[in-house]
Structures are given as C-alpha cells and as structure tokens.
Design a protein around this ligand. Structure first.
Ligand code: PRP
Length: 574
C-alpha cells in the first residue's frame, strides 16, 4: 500500500514563513479596520452538522463539501462558509442581542473542487456581517467598508461591482420557460455567454397569434431585457442604458434601478465612483443573497477577491427574522497578489524599480491584453480573424519557436497553448483572453466569461460506432472510448444509460476497431476519419465552434482594452 507521508492532500498546501508574514500583515490591517468601525470578532466551529448547510444545496452542493460522521453516525461537514454558521450562531447564542450587530471573522473555509487546476480547497477568509438592519445606510456602510478593506489589502488597483438579484429574479419569473432553459439562461448570464444566451432565448418566442397580444408583447420585452442583462455593466452609462431599457416594464424593477442609482451617486459623493461599477448580470450569487450583491477585483488576482451582498432571508432558516448585509475576502488570493507584486518590484533594478510608480504600472498593465490561443487547428483561422480586424500578425505568422508573440502597433501579446491550458491560463488571470473550442469548455468547465462565438473551428460532438452497430439500441454492457469523459458521461446520463467510459488521449477511432469499445464520442469535422475507419455517426450530440473567453477580473479591471479587442473581432466574424 502506498504511504502518503511526504505530501499534503490535494487542495491543501504548507505555508512558509514569507507567506505567513505577508498574510499576517494583511489580516492585521483588516482587523484594525473592522475593529475601528465597531465590528467584533466571532469564531464558529471548524465542522458543523450537515443540516446547517442542507437548505443551501444549490450554493454548496454536497459534492463540494468535505463530510465526516460523528461517533453517533450523524453527518457533519467541514465549514464551507462562514456566513451560514454565523447566522446559526446569531439566531441561537446571540438571540435577543441589541441590533444592529456588527461582527467580523477570520477563519478558514474548506471546499472540494472537482478539478483544482491550481485552486485551493482550503481558503483563509476574513469578512464582516452587519446584522439586524436593512436600511440604505447599512448597505452603504458595507460597501464603504469593503472599499476600505480592499484599499488596505490589495497591492494594486481594485474595483467593486455592484448588482441586484431582483432584476434577474423578476425577469425569470415573468418568462415562460422550462426549468432546464432557465438554468441555461442563468449560466449564460453569469458567464456573459452572449452567444449561448441568444441561442436559448431565440427558442422562446410567443407562438402564432399570441405574439400580437399584450402578453406576447411582454414576453418579447422580457426576452429582450434578459438578452441585454449581461452586457449591461460599467459606470453611470450602464445605469442610464438600463433605465432606458427598463422604462415602463415594472415598478419593482424601476425601484431596484433607483436604489442602485442612489447607491452609485452616494459612492460618487464619497469620491469612490472610480472604485465601483455596476453589473446587471451579477446573478451567480443569487442563492442566499436577496437584493444587493457585490464582488471585488484587484490587479494580480484572476478571480474575485471579495464577494458579498444583502441576505435578508437566511435567518428565517434558523427561526429568526433578521435582515443582514456582509462580505468575505479571500485572504489567500490577496496574499499571493501582494507577493507577486513584491517579487515583480524586486526583479527590477535601480531606476527602473523607482520609476515603476504605482500609477504608471497600473496604466501599462491596464491597456495590455494577453491572449492565450489554442495552437493547431484554431490558430490559423484566428490569426486570419485578427488580420481582418486590422492587427499586424506578422510576428505570430513567423513565430519560429517563440511562444510569447507581440502585435506591432497594438498593446497585445499572443501566447500559444494546448486547449485545456488556455482555460487554466485564463482562469488564473495570467492571460486576459483565451481562444478555445467549445468542446474543451464543455469538458473542462471553469470560471470565466464566454463572450463570443468566433464562428471558426466548426465541428460537432457525435456518438459513432462501427458500421451496422448501434450502442444506443444494442443490449448488454456498453463501453465507450473518448477524449471527452465528462461530456460523454453527461450525454449518456441524459439518456438514462449507464455505460463504461474509457479515456483515450487521441486517435479514438481505433478503439472500436481493436474491440476495446463498442463506440466512441468524439469531434467530427469532415467525417473523413470515421469513414476511413469503417465507423458511422449514430447521433450528433451538439455543434461545436471556437469561443473567445475572458478572465472575470480582466473584464472588470481592463474593460476598455478587452472591449476594444473583442469589439474589433466581433465586427469581422462572419
Ligand atoms: C480530431 C478528432 C477526429 C478527427 C475528426 O482529431 O478526434 O479524430 O479530428 O476530423 P474529421 O471529421 O475531419 O476526420 P485530431 O486531428 O484533433 O487528432 P487526435 O485524435 O490525435 O486528437
């Protein structure tokens, strides 16, 4: 039996002194800030009964929690979040305490990640909860405190986006669609997958004569608003655009819009407008949050480092009726951003380091866009798109063995990588933009925005089998070979079939010929490979094409540069 006595479990790591010291500097500053504003520390147990989180299965699916059993066989979970245990504690130990109650926490949370790709399953979090108040002032207090916390804890520039789950909730309630369609819509809005959103919404049209009734007109308007929701983000201009779009739709939406407008104006008065933006497509935290939601980004961190919102209904799960607002900061990400910044400064010498004043480095990094491009099939087609969009692609064409390529005359750097690595680079924020096939996206998942269907690299996912055979109809145990086990697993699950999947790295077509499998799931472009190997398509699973994906942080911190590039490419897509 192998002994695991020299390594730490996946998703965990040791922290050496330098990192501990950097982390302590950040937590120390945050403690001082929270205390000064009247927040007092609380701690909750490292593990809790599973029932505490059971009502929030959508937000904390069972497979994302580390579970264990106590001596009496009761299911417990290692703390995946601090807000829910604090709600439990407030509703019990602090029942009847004077409100508003201001508490802060500094503790680790544990979440199982399906594929870690460098992400940790153990996260140090600090945050605040302002409990027992639902006023405009309490939302402002939380937002200002979030800005103060990020100003102190982030090494570069930071930005906080604010949104309201009410827009999404209202529009979805007004939309007649299946639960599956609604989930696809939610995912497309959260990932700014404009193309995917259009596809699903195009199928939701009032039929026949009902299109001309008042109800039909409302459906058309609802669909139009949902379509635009993820594109509505930015400063005051996004609010103005939203006001025009939502004009006359419903009083509820107008009130929510006015609320965001009021918050934004109040933040502007406090000279904080540059640090805040609005995103009407902020929906993926819509579980326990009930109205205001916000997320914070900082340079050198590829994912949000802060997330929060108002959660007025959470306490009801614990028998109390208390409104609350709060936010949590990912201290590990802030620490690694601080260390990255420090090593970048140390790497420079003398005058270069001195001239690297914060503002100068910010403006340079803010306009530079780094693109990870899938090498091989997509490479040539995408380079042609760039050329048509007016970029000088000479260096990319004559690259030789060079991997990091520049675009003369534009502040763009192109980097060639294998498809799954494109996703990893974009998720980590070392590349702002990625060009990758939908096949890889479906197989690997991940957190990023998928903003353009590039219309290149078109092919399809298909189930194929030797001529004359059909794994869907033939009885018996079925074995499928594929480079895409996740996609294949989901496909057969949707058919209610339990098949054995064998992962193959390439030339999958050979597997049925050598009797390793009954069929394959693979991408088919011209169909030549199948034909020449005596296989035929049994069913097309879905169409595939290349997508432009964007790191979530770059989309907010480098909006102008990212929009500029994507806009030019969008214009030349056929
Ligand atoms: C892909 C796919 C098929 C082939 C289909 O393989 O896995 O084998 O292309 O193309 P066609 O329908 O035009 O014949 P790829 O060339 O990427 O190589 P690999 O199988 O070694 O990964």
């Amino acid at each position: 039996m192998p002994k695991y006595d020299r390594i730490t479990p996946e998703g965990t790591r040791d922290m050496l002194s330098l990192e501990c010291e950097a982390q302590n500097r950040i937590t120390g500053k945050l403690r001082r800030i929270f205390k000064k504003d009247g927040y007092r520390e609380v701690r909750t147990p490292g593990f809790e009964f599973y029932d505490v989180f059971a009502a929030h299965a959508e937000y904390y699916p069972q497979e994302s929690m580390y579970t264990l059993a106590d001596g009496r066989g009761r299911l417990m979970t290692v703390r995946p979040d601090s807000t829910i245990p604090i709600a439990r504690m407030t509703a019990t130990k602090l029942k009847g305490a004077e409100t508003p109650l201001r508490v802060y926490y500094a503790q680790r949370v544990y979440r199982q990640q399906q594929e870690l790709r460098g992400r940790s399953g153990e996260i140090m979090q600090m945050g605040i909860e302002l409990i027992g108040s639902s006023s405009f002032d309490s939302d402002m207090e939380a937002l200002e405190l979030a800005a103060k916390a990020l100003a102190a804890a982030s090494s570069g520039r930071f930005r906080i986006e604010i949104g309201h789950v009410g827009f999404y909730n209202r529009l979805m309630a007004d939309l007649t669609a299946t639960a599956g369609e609604k989930e696809t819509i939610r995912r497309c809005i959260a990932t700014k997958n404009y193309a995917g959103l259009n596809d699903v919404l195009d199928g939701i049209r009032p039929a026949g004569r009902s299109a001309h009734t008042a109800k039909g007109a409302k459906t058309v308007k609802t669909v139009d608003m949902i379509r635009k929701l993820p594109r509505l983000f930015g400063g005051a201009e996004a609010l103005a655009e939203a006001a025009e779009l939502m004009n006359g739709y419903s009083r509820e939406l107008t009130e929510q819009l006015d609320y965001l407008d009021k918050l934004f104006r109040a933040l502007k008065k406090k000279q904080l407008a540059d640090n805040f933006m609005i995103d009407f497509g902020l929906v993926n935290q819509a579980n326990y949050y009930s109205s205001l939601v916000f997320r914070g980004y900082t340079t050198d961190a590829g994912s949000p480092v802060l997330s929060g919102g108002r959660y007025d209904d959470l306490f009801a799960d614990f028998g109390e009726d208390l409104p609350a607002t709060g936010f949590g900061l990912n201290i590990d990400m802030l620490t690694s951003a601080a260390l990255k910044k420090k090593s970048g400064t140390l790497a420079k010498t003398g005058s270069a380091a001195k001239s690297d004043a914060a503002s100068a480095s910010v403006s340079a990094s803010e306009t530079k866009v780094r693109i990870a491009l899938t090498k091989g099939r997509l490479e040539d087609d995408f380079v042609k798109l760039m050329e048509r969009a007016g970029y000088d692609v000479s260096e990319i064409r004559d690259k030789g063995r060079k991997l990091l390529l520049s675009t003369p005359g534009a502040n763009i750097e192109v980097f060639l990588a294998k498809a799954p690595d494109v996703i990893t680079y974009v998720e980590h924020g070392v590349c702002d933009i990625g060009v990758v096939g939908k096949d890889t996206i479906l197989e690997h998942g991940g957190v990023y925005y998928e903003i353009l269907d590039l219309g290149i690299g078109k092919c399809r996912f298909a189930l194929a089998a030797p001529n004359g055979q059909n794994p869907l109809a033939d009885a018996g145990a079925t074995v499928i070979a594929t480079k895409y086990p996740a996609v294949t697993g989901r496909y057969f699950e949707s058919l209610g079939m339990d098949v054995d999947i064998i992962r193959i790295e390439g030339s999958v077509e050979i597997a049925p010929l050598l009797a390793l499998a009954d069929g394959i799931v693979d991408i088919v472009e011209t169909g030549t490979t199948l034909k020449e190997n005596g296989l035929s398509v049994i069913e097309t699973i879905r169409d595939i094409s290349a997508r432009l994906i964007v790191n979530v942080s770059s989309m907010k911190l480098k909006k102008a540069a990212v929009d500029g590039f994507a806009g030019r490419i969008e214009k030349v897509i056929k």
